[in-house]
Ligand binder design. Sequence first.
Ligand code: ZN
Length: 178
Amino acid sequence: MALAEQVAERQQTLVALNRRAAARDRELIGHREVLATYGYHGDPDAVRAVLPLASYDLSAGFGLTGPLWEAEHGGQDFSAYAGEPLVAVADGVVTEVAYAGPYGLRTILTLPDGTEVWYCHQTDATVVVGQEVALTDVIGSVGSTGNSTGPHLHLEVRPAAGSPVDPMEWLRDRGLEP
Ligand SMILES: [Zn+2]
């Protein structure tokens, strides 16, 4: 093969490699943007959790007592517009989608370590029991079903499917600033 041909061939290979790298960058930037939308700004390969909503106002915190709750408030409330998409905070499997009295329409996501994440008062759910979801996948939307005075997400985090812990701490431990 003539030297000129060899050079031309090598040039084409480089162009193809660059195109592939650019496509990979675009994919990665897209992924980064989605993670950032849900509050994660770190290394995409190291992500463990994201926030359940892209936009919200924090309302009632964990552990409060008052006339609204039979016992201590077992979760964190995120006020948001009705219909706002709720996303999986981590990879897991859907283990319940049902109306649950004061919790309204509730979806339970069970993580690989056995932690349950409860999404309560939903308007609707877009997942079914047994479905595997990845973090940032939409699972339903914000509502005001059950014992609720306005559209909001009541989020509970229950390690080993036991007593609830403060979702804010759980999220902060995963590099998020809710
Ligand atoms: Zn609540």
